[in-house]
Design a protein around this ligand. Structure first.
Ligand code: DOR
Ligand code: ZN
Length: 346
């Protein structure tokens, strides 16, 4: 097969940033995705109705009014989030989820959560108002390190799923065999996003024989067995696993600092062609559309009537070279050849 068409995908986890960087990256996501769940970890964070409205307008302006791109909005859950603010947030049509970051463990998470139990009233309100809880699955605290942070967080995930049986929870950007197994074991209220880069990288690609800051993200890519478990989950046709790019652009300077290198990989320009290559290699191209579209729609079922014909995207087998830099950001696979090109279907 050297050409095929699918529903224009949804990216259920993306960082679009703000200001000049938003203007650079939003049109790229809008070109490849009909909808995307936009992360709220700006400075200051997106946490109120006003923040969400303002940010949504900025995104729409930056993505180009003719693009048809529709952002799905999130708010950041902070240690002092007022449970009473949840009802008001839930009234906004395009607000679908709240995101909880573990304190200090990733970009702009210094204001994150240390004690998840202390937020039980916020989670109860989200359950009541049918909002999705998105979780960065690493456990904060000085007594845990490395891979154990994710193992420890899975216990918190199980606790939350048990305590709030009607709360839809997404474990974001999973990286381990244990995360796949735990999500499979939990009820259907619990799902996970899988990135393209975690289907390709292992820890050695980040800091093995050579150090590669452009492969550094949180959670860090793990072992080959973990990567293979993620591939099996993505191609399995199980609706608990859907695509979230975690495309996380940083300026070149931030990625090349000797200390405190920024975590995040800018994958928006290449994620879909890479996914096609991976699914093709595993004889699973027939499952790609469910992974990048159907399962996200089924899990999130955002409100509002569908308007017009849903847009489609065509993939054409045709080599191209990924640019070395886009607006001061080095994309994933910079300078490398990819074998599939993406075309809008008019
Ligand atoms: O690698 C990451 N980058 N992981 C995150 O959780 C945040 C993101 C960012 O915002 O740069
Ligand atoms: Zn993210």
């Amino acid at each position: 097969m050297d050409q095929f068409t699918i529903q224009k995908p949804w990216d259920m986890h993306v960082h679009l940033r703000d200001g000049e960087m938003l203007k650079t990256v939003a049109p790229i996501t809008a070109r490849y995705f009909a909808r995307a769940l936009v992360m709220p970890n700006l400075t200051p964070p997106i946490r109120t109705n006003d923040d969400v409205s303002r940010y949504q307008q900025e995104i729409l302006a930056a993505s180009g009014p003719g693009s048809g791109f529709k952002p799905l909005m999130t708010f950041k859950i902070l240690p002092d989030t007022d449970p009473h603010s949840i009802a008001e947030l839930a009234q906004m049509k395009d607000v679908v989820a709240g995101k909880a970051y573990p304190k200090g463990l990733t970009h702009n998470a210094e204001d994150g959560i240390e004690d998840y139990f202390a937020l039980r009233d916020v989670f109860a309100a989200m359950e009541k108002h049918n909002l999705v809880l998105c979780l960065h699955g690493e456990m904060p605290g000085t007594h845990i390190r490395g891979r154990d942070r994710e193992r420890a967080f899975l216990r918190t995930l199980c606790f939350l799923a048990r305590t709030f049986p009607n709360l839809r929870i997404v474990l974001e950007h999973i990286t381990t065999v244990e995360a796949v197994e735990t999500v499979l074991r939990l009820p259907d209220t619990v799902a996970a996003t899988v990135t393209a880069h975690h289907l390709l990288l292992t820890h050695d690609d980040v800091g093995g024989d050579r150090m590669c800051p452009n492969h550094y993200c949180k959670p860090v890519a793990k072992d080959p067995a973990d990567r293979d478990a993620l591939i099996q989950a993505a191609i399995s046709g199980c609706p608990k696993f859907f695509f979230g790019s975690d495309s996380a652009p940083h300026p070149r300077e931030g990625k090349t600092r000797l200390y405190d290198c920024c975590a995040g990989i800018f994958t928006a320009p290449v994620a879909l062609p890479l996914l096609v290559e991976i699914f093709e290699r595993h004889h699973a191209l027939d499952r790609l559309e469910s992974f990048v579209y159907d399962f996200a729609v089924q899990f999130y079922h955002p409100r509002g009537p569908a308007t017009g014909f849903p847009p489609k995207l065509r993939f054409v087998k045709d080599q191209w070279t990924v640019p070395e830099e886009i607006g001061g950001i080095v994309p994933f696979y910079a300078g490398q050849e990819l074998s599939w090109r993406v075309e809008e279907v008019k």
